[in-house]
Design a protein. Structure first.
Length: 438
């Protein structure tokens, strides 16, 4: 039996199901897909001839699957095909939740948590109805599974927008949980996903504190905080991206999505040039000074004098959002390893869990070979970790396949088995303090 803790409900749509839904939809919101697809892939798609051009499931699947290495916007363009083709009516959402739970129960998954996300300016009434539809759908799905003799527990996690209506949507959710006991039972966490760049975790400190204090006050409706971080970090160095993971843990995130920059073998960056804003650089340098002694316990690192000198140079620069270049020579690579090891140890000592998603990281993280995959490093550093399938529909995968990818990375049967069994201790309800392990 498997426990799935990093999965997006709509990203679980199989090509076949999406194709059927899309063909039935009289008014697909084409521009949501075609614009982002053209931007990411440089190809114009003509909506008026879409189902003529993609007249077989095979052709459609090829367009839908994201199973190549490419940056986040290329993945998002594929996800936008879902957003364009699915009508998102209340009935359809309920049906979909039902079907996906049944699919997962047939794949030997016995506990699953689905992330759901709505448009940022959703009206309250629709927001509530959609959450209810999904929660009720989960319950129906469990009933269907039970008819086949399969036991599955399914829950939902609401993905909030990093920069819009965060607190308002959280408050709506909490009030809905008071009004509707089924939603209270099924909605067990909140998440932050989508574009990370431009949204440092430090800005979420107050919000996290609010959630954690609400959890303490009413444990029966406590929500786990799960947080995608260091998955996509085009705008900064892996040094800063790793620090973002540290900040998320310090803020109190219960589970961390991906953390690719933190676990990647530093040689991955050999001879590359990364850029980041002076503002980001200043944050990083100040942090390095603050924890300098601690970092040094994990290997060689820049001296205090070097960091102070760089900080001075940044302060002399007049434009704070100007980018500066960062060259990855041998020494830089060595220092990155030291920094990663310090933060990996910090996480190991904390209560936070990393959700590692093999296929997703290979493709969106653009990892070239199995030995470089962060999951291996997390395990070597004894960080608490779970394996997730992320968007199995788009990646054309399932949780069992994701576990077998861990084997290809060189993890032993025993290590993989430990991840599988321990994952049941990392559910949102247990981490948030809502329930206790038996
Ligand atoms: Zn995800």
């Amino acid at each position: 039996m498997y426990c799935e803790l990093h999965n997006h409900l709509y990203g679980s749509l199989t090509a076949e199901r999406l194709y059927t839904i899309g063909k039935r939809n009289p008014n697909p919101r084409w521009n949501l897909f075609t614009d982002s697809y053209e931007k990411a892939y440089g190809r114009i798609i003509d909506p008026s001839k879409f189902f003529e051009e993609y007249d077989t499931l095979e052709k459609f699947s090829k367009l839908y699957y994201f199973n190549h290495r490419g940056p986040f916007p290329e993945f998002q363009a594929k996800f936008n095909l879902i957003i364009a083709l699915v009508p998102f009516t209340i009935e359809e959402m309920k049906n979909l939740a039902e079907q996906i739970v049944l699919d997962h129960s047939r794949e030997n998954v016995s506990h699953t948590e689905y992330r759901i996300m709505f448009p940022p300016n959703e009206e309250r009434d629709i927001f509530e109805k959609r959450i209810q539809a999904i929660c009720y759908g989960l319950i129906e799905g469990e009933a269907l599974a039970l008819k086949e003799g399969l036991n599955i527990r399914s829950e939902a996690i609401l993905s909030l927008h990093r920069n819009q209506n965060t607190l308002e949507n959280y408050s709506w959710l909490k009030e809905l949980m008071v009004k509707d006991s089924l939603v209270n039972d099924r909605l067990t966490g909140i998440d932050f996903c989508h574009i990370e760049e431009g949204f440092p975790p430090k800005e979420k400190e107050d919000f996290f504190n609010r959630v954690l204090s609400d959890n303490k006050q009413s444990p029966n409706s406590a929500l786990a905080i799960v947080y995608h971080v260091a998955e996509s970090y085009e705008d900064k160095t892996p040094f800063s991206a790793s620090r973002w993971v540290w900040e998320s843990v310090r803020n109190g995130a219960h589970r961390l999505g991906h953390c690719i920059a933190l676990g990647l073998d530093p040689n991955y960056f050999a001879n590359s040039i990364r850029k980041e804003s002076i503002k980001e650089r200043v944050d990083q340098l100040k942090w390095e000074l603050r924890f300098h002694e601690e970092i040094l316990k994990f290997g060689e690192y820049y001296s205090k004098q070097e960091i102070e000198k760089k900080l001075k140079e940044c302060h002399h620069s007049p434009i704070s959002n100007q980018n500066i270049e960062f060259h990855f020579d041998e020494l830089t690579i060595q220092y990155l390893r030291t920094l990663q090891d310090y933060i990996l140890n910090y996480i190991k000592e904390s209560n936070s869990i990393i959700e590692s998603c093999p296929s997703s990281n290979f493709y969106i993280g653009m990892i070239h070979n199995s030995t470089e995959h962060p999951l291996k490093r997390f395990v070597e550093n004894k960080v608490k970790v779970t394996i997730g399938s992320d968007d199995p529909g788009i990646f054309d995968t399932n949780l069992r396949k994701e576990y077998s990818k861990a084997k290809e990375m060189g993890l032993s049967e025993e290590e993989i088995e430990t991840i599988r069994t321990k994952s049941f201790l990392y559910t949102s309800s247990l981490l948030s303090g809502r329930s206790k392990s038996s």
